[in-house]
Design a protein around this ligand. Sequence first.
Ligand SMILES: [Zn+2]
Length: 212
Amino acid sequence: MCWSVLAWRSLAVFTGALLTAEGFYYLLRYVRKCREQKPKVLFFPAPLTCVRPLLWSPRRCDCRLPHGESALSSLARLLLGAGRSLDVCVFSISSFDLASVVLAVYSRGVRVRVVTDSDYMALAGSQVGKFRKAGIEVRHDQDTSYMHHKFALIDGSILVTGSLNWSAQGIFRNKENVIIIKDIDVVKAFIEEFEQLWNEYDPTKYSFSPQK
Ligand SMILES: [Zn+2]
Protein backbone atom coordinates (compact mmCIF):
# COMPACT_ATOMS: atom_id res chain seq x y z
CA MET A 1 0.00 0.00 0.00
CA CYS A 2 1.41 3.36 -0.96
CA TRP A 3 1.98 5.99 1.71
CA SER A 4 -0.57 8.45 0.33
CA VAL A 5 -3.41 5.90 0.51
CA LEU A 6 -2.36 4.94 4.02
CA ALA A 7 -2.26 8.60 5.05
CA TRP A 8 -5.74 9.24 3.62
CA ARG A 9 -7.15 6.15 5.34
CA SER A 10 -5.56 7.17 8.64
CA LEU A 11 -7.01 10.66 8.27
CA ALA A 12 -10.46 9.22 7.55
CA VAL A 13 -10.30 6.93 10.60
CA PHE A 14 -9.04 9.80 12.77
CA THR A 15 -11.82 12.15 11.55
CA GLY A 16 -14.45 9.45 12.08
CA ALA A 17 -13.23 8.89 15.63
CA LEU A 18 -13.33 12.62 16.29
CA LEU A 19 -16.87 12.89 14.95
CA THR A 20 -17.94 9.92 17.05
CA ALA A 21 -16.35 11.47 20.13
CA GLU A 22 -18.05 14.80 19.41
CA GLY A 23 -21.38 13.08 18.84
CA PHE A 24 -20.96 11.19 22.07
CA TYR A 25 -20.12 14.43 23.89
CA TYR A 26 -23.31 16.12 22.63
CA LEU A 27 -25.37 13.05 23.44
CA LEU A 28 -24.03 13.13 27.00
CA ARG A 29 -24.81 16.84 27.25
CA TYR A 30 -28.34 16.21 25.98
CA VAL A 31 -28.92 13.38 28.45
CA ARG A 32 -27.58 15.53 31.31
CA LYS A 33 -29.81 18.43 30.27
CA CYS A 34 -32.86 16.17 30.10
CA ARG A 35 -32.02 14.84 33.54
CA GLU A 36 -31.67 18.38 34.93
CA GLN A 37 -34.97 19.38 33.33
CA LYS A 38 -36.77 16.46 34.94
CA PRO A 39 -39.09 17.64 37.72
CA LYS A 40 -38.13 16.71 41.26
CA VAL A 41 -40.55 16.20 44.11
CA LEU A 42 -40.22 16.76 47.84
CA PHE A 43 -42.73 15.34 50.27
CA PHE A 44 -43.53 16.65 53.70
CA PRO A 45 -43.75 16.37 56.67
CA ALA A 46 -40.00 16.56 57.04
CA PRO A 47 -38.24 15.14 60.10
CA LEU A 48 -37.30 17.83 62.57
CA THR A 49 -33.84 18.91 61.46
CA CYS A 50 -31.73 22.03 61.91
CA VAL A 51 -30.86 23.91 58.71
CA ARG A 52 -28.69 26.57 60.34
CA PRO A 53 -25.42 25.07 59.04
CA LEU A 54 -26.68 25.86 55.52
CA LEU A 55 -27.06 29.53 56.39
CA TRP A 56 -23.74 30.55 57.77
CA SER A 57 -20.07 29.79 57.77
CA PRO A 58 -18.48 27.78 59.31
CA ARG A 59 -21.14 25.31 58.34
CA ARG A 60 -21.63 23.73 61.74
CA CYS A 61 -24.09 24.04 64.55
CA ASP A 62 -23.89 22.59 68.06
CA CYS A 63 -27.61 22.43 68.77
CA ARG A 64 -29.22 19.14 69.72
CA LEU A 65 -31.32 18.75 66.60
CA PRO A 66 -30.22 16.38 63.81
CA HIS A 67 -28.42 18.14 60.94
CA GLY A 68 -28.92 15.55 58.21
CA GLU A 69 -30.69 15.71 54.88
CA SER A 70 -34.43 16.23 54.78
CA ALA A 71 -37.09 17.67 52.50
CA LEU A 72 -36.62 20.93 54.42
CA SER A 73 -32.85 21.01 53.91
CA SER A 74 -33.33 20.22 50.20
CA LEU A 75 -35.80 23.09 49.86
CA ALA A 76 -33.58 25.43 51.86
CA ARG A 77 -30.51 24.55 49.74
CA LEU A 78 -32.47 25.13 46.56
CA LEU A 79 -33.65 28.57 47.66
CA LEU A 80 -30.17 29.47 48.89
CA GLY A 81 -28.92 28.76 45.38
CA ALA A 82 -30.57 31.96 44.13
CA GLY A 83 -27.90 34.16 42.58
CA ARG A 84 -29.86 36.99 40.97
CA SER A 85 -33.47 36.90 42.11
CA LEU A 86 -35.87 35.14 44.42
CA ASP A 87 -39.59 35.78 43.93
CA VAL A 88 -41.74 34.30 46.67
CA CYS A 89 -45.50 34.05 46.27
CA VAL A 90 -46.76 32.15 49.30
CA PHE A 91 -49.99 32.36 51.26
CA SER A 92 -48.62 31.81 54.76
CA ILE A 93 -45.00 32.52 55.72
CA SER A 94 -44.43 31.77 59.38
CA SER A 95 -41.56 29.27 59.23
CA PHE A 96 -38.55 30.67 61.06
CA ASP A 97 -36.27 28.37 59.03
CA LEU A 98 -37.50 29.37 55.58
CA ALA A 99 -37.71 33.04 56.59
CA SER A 100 -34.06 32.80 57.68
CA VAL A 101 -33.23 31.32 54.28
CA VAL A 102 -34.96 34.22 52.50
CA LEU A 103 -33.15 36.75 54.68
CA ALA A 104 -29.82 35.01 54.03
CA VAL A 105 -30.42 35.17 50.27
CA TYR A 106 -31.35 38.87 50.53
CA SER A 107 -28.26 39.63 52.62
CA ARG A 108 -26.11 38.44 49.69
CA GLY A 109 -27.52 41.20 47.46
CA VAL A 110 -30.02 39.01 45.60
CA ARG A 111 -33.23 40.83 44.62
CA VAL A 112 -35.99 39.32 46.74
CA ARG A 113 -39.68 40.09 46.22
CA VAL A 114 -42.47 38.65 48.32
CA VAL A 115 -46.17 38.42 47.49
CA THR A 116 -48.36 37.15 50.28
CA ASP A 117 -51.83 37.20 51.78
CA SER A 118 -52.87 40.25 53.75
CA ASP A 119 -54.90 38.31 56.33
CA TYR A 120 -52.24 35.70 57.07
CA MET A 121 -49.34 38.14 57.19
CA ALA A 122 -51.12 39.90 60.05
CA LEU A 123 -51.28 36.75 62.21
CA ALA A 124 -48.94 36.13 65.14
CA GLY A 125 -45.85 34.22 64.03
CA SER A 126 -45.82 35.65 60.52
CA GLN A 127 -42.28 36.36 59.34
CA VAL A 128 -43.33 39.00 56.84
CA GLY A 129 -42.60 41.84 59.27
CA LYS A 130 -38.98 40.66 59.46
CA PHE A 131 -38.74 40.81 55.69
CA ARG A 132 -40.00 44.37 55.60
CA LYS A 133 -37.70 45.38 58.44
CA ALA A 134 -34.75 43.97 56.50
CA GLY A 135 -35.75 45.99 53.43
CA ILE A 136 -37.32 43.23 51.34
CA GLU A 137 -40.14 44.39 49.05
CA VAL A 138 -43.42 42.84 50.14
CA ARG A 139 -46.77 43.19 48.42
CA HIS A 140 -50.11 41.66 49.31
CA ASP A 141 -53.70 41.35 48.20
CA GLN A 142 -56.26 43.72 49.61
CA ASP A 143 -59.49 41.86 49.27
CA THR A 144 -61.42 39.28 51.26
CA SER A 145 -60.39 36.33 49.08
CA TYR A 146 -57.05 34.66 49.75
CA MET A 147 -53.79 35.08 47.86
CA HIS A 148 -53.50 31.32 48.13
CA HIS A 149 -50.52 30.53 45.87
CA LYS A 150 -47.53 28.64 47.22
CA PHE A 151 -44.72 29.05 44.75
CA ALA A 152 -41.31 30.62 44.39
CA LEU A 153 -39.13 31.42 41.39
CA ILE A 154 -35.37 31.14 41.64
CA ASP A 155 -33.37 33.26 39.19
CA GLY A 156 -36.40 33.26 36.89
CA SER A 157 -35.53 29.73 35.81
CA ILE A 158 -36.53 27.32 38.58
CA LEU A 159 -40.07 27.00 39.86
CA VAL A 160 -40.82 25.62 43.32
CA THR A 161 -44.51 24.99 43.74
CA GLY A 162 -46.95 22.69 45.49
CA SER A 163 -49.22 22.53 48.50
CA LEU A 164 -46.70 23.66 51.11
CA ASN A 165 -47.30 26.80 53.09
CA TRP A 166 -44.03 28.07 54.53
CA SER A 167 -45.09 27.28 58.07
CA ALA A 168 -43.82 24.91 60.76
CA GLN A 169 -47.22 23.17 60.59
CA GLY A 170 -46.80 22.57 56.87
CA ILE A 171 -43.14 21.54 57.05
CA PHE A 172 -43.13 19.31 60.12
CA ARG A 173 -46.70 18.05 60.50
CA ASN A 174 -48.79 18.10 57.35
CA LYS A 175 -48.80 15.86 54.30
CA GLU A 176 -47.59 18.27 51.64
CA ASN A 177 -45.80 18.22 48.33
CA VAL A 178 -43.37 20.51 46.55
CA ILE A 179 -42.47 20.10 42.89
CA ILE A 180 -39.32 21.62 41.40
CA ILE A 181 -39.77 22.43 37.73
CA LYS A 182 -37.32 23.85 35.17
CA ASP A 183 -39.53 23.50 32.10
CA ILE A 184 -39.27 26.86 30.31
CA ASP A 185 -42.95 27.12 29.39
CA VAL A 186 -44.20 26.28 32.89
CA VAL A 187 -41.68 28.62 34.52
CA LYS A 188 -42.66 31.39 32.09
CA ALA A 189 -46.35 31.03 33.00
CA PHE A 190 -45.54 31.39 36.70
CA ILE A 191 -43.27 34.39 36.02
CA GLU A 192 -46.18 36.05 34.24
CA GLU A 193 -48.50 35.27 37.14
CA PHE A 194 -46.00 36.70 39.62
CA GLU A 195 -45.48 39.87 37.60
CA GLN A 196 -49.22 40.28 37.17
CA LEU A 197 -49.79 40.02 40.94
CA TRP A 198 -46.79 42.24 41.67
CA ASN A 199 -48.30 44.91 39.46
CA GLU A 200 -51.84 44.38 40.76
CA TYR A 201 -50.66 44.71 44.38
CA ASP A 202 -48.60 47.84 43.76
CA PRO A 203 -49.06 49.94 46.93
CA THR A 204 -49.87 52.99 44.83
CA LYS A 205 -53.02 51.16 43.74
CA TYR A 206 -54.17 50.25 47.25
CA SER A 207 -57.59 51.62 47.95
CA PHE A 208 -56.98 51.85 51.69
CA SER A 209 -54.16 52.91 53.92
CA PRO A 210 -53.12 50.55 56.72
CA GLN A 211 -53.70 51.97 60.21
CA LYS A 212 -50.50 53.22 61.79
ZN1 LIG B 1 -28.31 23.10 64.70
